[in-house]
Design a binder for this molecule. Structure first.
Ligand code: KG4
Ligand code: ZN
Length: 359
């Protein structure tokens, strides 16, 4: 089943051609530079950029398919699109385009949950069918992105059970906000990672690890961000670590900024690891899947690998680097499994975005 997949859930315009788990082509047009100066994704700007770029990205995706016989919509069996969760205004653009193409070319349409896509990103293969990971259900999946931090038991194809989630900010969002407070720009996760590799004591400040005693598998990162903020401002009679002025003007990566960046990252990751350990014990599942934008981080990968080893298990990450962040390839791969089960959109006209959509 050859699928043309579209994802416009946030700030990447992405289109892919997939065949089962194989990705024949995947193009991601990032809007990050457009949103940078606003310090976060602006929905109206995202929508306009998706609208301006989507046709170009589709053309480019076909152009990059290696096999020239497959370079057109005639050779496609179905169209897949992310229906949610995501930014309503952004989702709308992909859905509109997918409907238009499905109707014009008489193709079946498959609606995919973006989080499902992230989970399957650990099983995506390149055009030659590598790497080959056979499914060995069940898995304990952790999705860590800018919008989500969730534990999911992946029981079988298309069968999920959420067993924990963030009550407020996602892990990636917390990293981005901390980076912003340090004057490091947006998005900040990768900048924190880089600075954290430049210090000797990675956990100099030992910030609090939220919710470790909550007794459940939920997270809450907004309190950590707030305590970081007050720590920086020097509340409670303590000396300010960095004055606000210095924060705003901080263009120089002082050793202090590096220590703060690393300690904050460590607090977030240590919380993720400790909660994952709790999840392994509670579920007795030691086959892990860790996916989402934050898994681009090598420190997090190493910690997760060590944890899995401790429980004689294995951990799977997105199979290629581009699959950590948002992409249409993972959406196409899910759509392949949905097509096997004949889960097509029944009434294309009625398909609508679902900005808040649980698995
Ligand atoms: O999955 P994603 O691309 O988009 C969402 O669906 O949210 O995740 C984006 C998040 C951002 O918070 C970004 O800071 C974080 O992933 N991120 C990282 C790294 N690269 C991206 N966090 C930590 N280390 C990285 N290297
Ligand atoms: Zn995502």
């Amino acid at each position: 089943m050859r699928i043309l997949a579209i994802d416009t859930s946030c700030d990447e315009t992405s289109v892919a051609v997939t065949d089962g788990r194989k990705v024949l082509s995947n193009v991601i047009y990032s809007q990050v530079l457009l949103h940078k100066k606003w310090g976060g994704v602006v929905p109206s700007i995202a929508k306009r950029a998706h609208e301006e770029r989507i046709d170009f990205v589709i053309e480019e995706t076909f152009r990059k398919v290696g096999n020239k016989n497959l370079c057109s919509l005639h050779k496609i069996d179905a169209i897949a699109v992310t229906q949610g969760p995501g930014l309503a205004m952004a989702l709308e653009v992909g859905i509109k385009k997918a409907k238009e193409l499905a109707q014009k070319h008489h193709k079946k349409l498959i609606a995919v949950n973006h989080l499902e896509g992230h989970i399957y990103s650990a099983f995506v293969e390149n055009s030659k069918g590598n790497p080959k990971h056979e499914f060995k259900f069940p898995y304990l999946a952790l999705i860590v992105s800018g919008g989500h931090t969730e534990f999911v038991i992946f029981r079988d194809h298309l069968r999920y059970e959420i067993i924990g989630a963030t009550l407020d900010d996602a892990a990636g969002e917390a990293l981005d906000k901390a980076a912003k407070l340090l004057g490091l720009g947006y998005p900040g996760g990768s900048v924190l990672e880089r600075l954290a590799t430049q210090v000797d004591n990675i956990d100099e400040y030992n910030f609090p690890r939220p919710m470790l005693k909550s007794g459940d598998l939920n997270f809450s990162f907004s309190g950590l961000k707030t305590s970081f903020y007050y720590f920086l401002k020097g509340q409670d009679g303590k000396k300010a670590k960095i004055s606000e002025v210095k924060l705003e003007q901080n263009r120089v990566r002082t050793s202090e900024v590096r220590l703060l960046a690393s300690s904050f990252q460590e607090a977030v990751f240590d919380t993720l690891i400790k909660k994952t350990e709790m999840a392994i014990k509670l579920t007795t599942i030691n086959q892990l899947i860790v996916v989402g934008g934050v898994t681009a981080n090598l420190r997090l990968r190493k910690l997760m690998r060590n944890l899995a080893k401790k429980y004689q298990g294995k951990v799977l990450f997105p199979t290629y680097k581009y699959l950590s962040g948002d992409n249409a390839a993972m959406i196409g791969v899910v759509a392949g499994y949905k097509a096997d089960k004949k889960l097509f959109v029944e009434d294309i006209d009625k398909l609508d975005r679902i900005p808040r959509w649980s698995l």
